[in-house]
Design a protein around this ligand. Sequence first.
Ligand SMILES: [Zn+2]
Ligand SMILES: [Zn+2]
Length: 95
Amino acid sequence: MRTVFLLVLLLFLVSADSVVVPVYRMCPLCQGKGHTTCVCCGGSGKIKVHESFAGGNKICRVDKCPRCDGTGTLYKCFYCGGSGKIKVDSLVVRE
Ligand SMILES: [Zn+2]
Ligand SMILES: [Zn+2]
């Protein structure tokens, strides 16, 4: 019976003159930028292409990253949906 009483008291305290404040944290995946860095080129937009030719000759040239089209960023962050922040908690503040 004591537990039920405490629960009712808690509900009363929460509902009376209180506002729910969402708590946001910087998105750990995109560091708050809202988009993710291209994993293919590491954000530089360029990749090294190794080419081998007949006769054993090899060259290494820098080319535009085909995955992000040279931008270095890749789509909006799926973790935060592009906002750069994620909701971690809701604080109930009494006024
Ligand atoms: Zn994010
Ligand atoms: Zn890329």
